[in-house]
Design a protein around this ligand. Structure first.
Ligand code: GRF
Length: 189
């Protein structure tokens, strides 16, 4: 059994999609042992509570360094024997403490066709550039922002100028692709 931790900062729709895929048997041999969240008011915490998944909610401002913040997380991950980290809307760069422990065992999803449109508001960046091709990328995490090696991408071609429509279509793709990639990286065939 692979024990994963999911890190998220926001609404947690990707978190939910992954848990659904574990619960409905699409992803096998994987259990999500903990949600790590850096935003005490994030909706994802409510989702985890409803699903009965334990949470570690920490405010980085309560720590005097990134290292001490990440050490607290790392201790918890060690205690729970976590062997893989899934970032799902975790709006923070991973520092050396977690990277040294989990590099090659940590993935992220980003709503653009990387290497284009890294960082925040990636869908809006593509929209403002009048792109006709949008997309999503699952990649390994390294010390940069959305720079790790690419595992899989999916694209969406549209000439719509309705940003909220594009965003919702992109999120639908994320909820398909991320569980699929996690399954292929982690499950027994
Ligand atoms: C997703 O678009 C993901 O690609 C990005 O952050 C967003 C998180 O959305 N990294 P949600 O919290 O999973 O709904």
């Amino acid at each position: 059994m692979q024990k994963i931790a999911i890190f998220a900062s926001g609404s947690g729709s990707n978190f939910q999609a992954i848990i659904n895929s574990i619960e409905n048997g699409f992803i096998t041999n994987v259990s999500c042992e903990i949600l790590v969240c850096d935003k005490p008011n994030a909706f994802v915490i409510e989702r985890a509570n409803r699903l009965g998944i334990s949470t570690l909610v920490l405010n980085p401002k309560d720590f005097n360094s990134k290292e001490s913040y990440e050490l607290e997380i790392l201790n918890k991950l060690n205690e729970k024997e976590i062997n893989f980290i899934v970032l799902a809307g975790y709006m923070r760069l991973i520092g050396s403490t977690l990277l040294n422990a989990y590099e090659g065992r940590m993935v992220n999803i980003h709503p653009s066709l990387l290497p284009k449109y890294k960082g925040k508001d990636a869908i809006k960046q593509a929209y403002e550039a009048n792109e006709l091709e949008y997309g999503i990328t699952v990649h390994y995490v390294d010390s940069g922002m959305d720079t790790g090696s690419i595992i899989e991408q999916m694209s969406l071609t549209t000439d719509s100028r309705d940003l909220s429509y594009i965003e919702s279509e992109i999120h639908k793709l994320e909820h398909i692709l991320y569980p699929k990639v996690i399954k292929s990286l982690l499950s027994e065939v």
